[in-house]
Design a protein around this ligand. Sequence first.
Ligand code: NAD
Length: 442
Amino acid sequence: MPSTTYRTVILGGGNASGYAAKAFVEAGVEKGDVCIITDEAVVAYERPALSKGYLLGAARLPGFHTCVGGGGERQAPEWYAEKGITYLTSARVTKADLAARTLTLASGDTVSYSQNLIIATGARAVKLAEFGVPGADLSGIHYLRDVKDAESLVAAVAAAKEASGKAVIVGGGYIGMECAAGLASTGLAGATTIVMPEDRLMARLLTPQLAAVYERLYGDKGVSMVKGAKVTAFAGKDGKVTGVTYTDGAGATHSLEASLVVVGVGARANTDLFTGQLEMAAGGIKVDYMMATSVPGVYAVGDVAAFPLTSVATGQVSHVRQEHVTHCRSSAAQAVKAITSTSAPPPAYDYLPFFYSRVFNLSWVFYGEAAADATTVHFGDMTEAKVFGCLWLGAGGRLVGAFLEGGSAEEAGVLKAAVAAGAKGLEGLDTVSGSGLVAAIK
Ligand code: NAD
């Protein structure tokens, strides 16, 4: 079986991998030094587009290959060829032997690295079949992680619209909220229901007051919501889903008709190839401030990496995973800097948790931690759903988290800086709205 050796191998073809390639090129990597291996059929793209622009028909490949989302060049296959980076697509790695510095592909071929391996294997969608939910393998039940999934979901939405079918979304997190908005905007308004176990949308982040604004909007846009519900089974006919059964808080069983189901119940890091070979933490691969793992020369970046993060709320350092594109970009850049730096290593990785989403005509950002024991202070006009948000004030009134809907880039920047600095004395913000926010915080 053919065997090839590169100086550096990047395993995984997601966001982090595309940004690592960009960083290598910027560092002046020699042609032929880097190889990227992915089991996807296409080179890296901006994954966040899948649950937003892709569902609306606005984003299609090659338009959103990395690094267009980060303000870089669009790295289509020709870009990698021109830069002398080998990109193996549709190539699944079935075995990683870190002692031998060798990866084995499903084809039987092997790829080795002489210096560095960057693990960017990301995460996969948690499947309801893993919990033994009856009917979870029926066709018509969709997950959304890669462009193949997005393509089949878009086709299913069109078919459901054509047949006046109904859609059920399982989970009220990022996928649930963004997909429900996508479905309602592309013909399934009035025919889409979100079923979730919590009492509100995105309960881990949104306060009840914030969630209420979005829930009102979803209602206005023709999306129904069933809260406090546990999906117990899927009904089907001829192998295709026809309905969803759930139990409510009181234990009563109900069912909903569904020709299309989208499940977004979280993600799990892809660490399996490295079990027993690398130290693990927080469900991922443990790394230091350079993104270096417990094996010399081996780095992990993006969703799969559990890196040391200083809590803005407690000041404590713990290893965490962040499933977010901003961390994919910056952790990839950090690992490449650590690998290519010829003098002192780069400064320690310093990350402020950041999340964002866009649904319908709304768009929010969040910085820091939605600490459970913090005092929350809402601001802005939450009835008009234009510019509003919430601040999380921790011990001594220090700002530990900030959520902003509809604000300007300048306002978001002010909040980000204020959270990073642990700003104090912001209690008066509940009376501030819109552009007054910036002045109030400054
Ligand atoms: P999530 O963690 O955001 O939400 C999971 C939801 O499913 C929660 O409401 C949870 O309570 C519910 N849930 C969990 N177990 C369940 C069960 N057995 N039955 C029913 N509901 C259950 O995860 P997600 O929405 O699936 O997103 C997956 C990944 O995609 C994450 O990494 C996320 O960060 C990423 N993503 C991010 C964005 C963004 O940042 N804007 C957008 C889309 C996806």
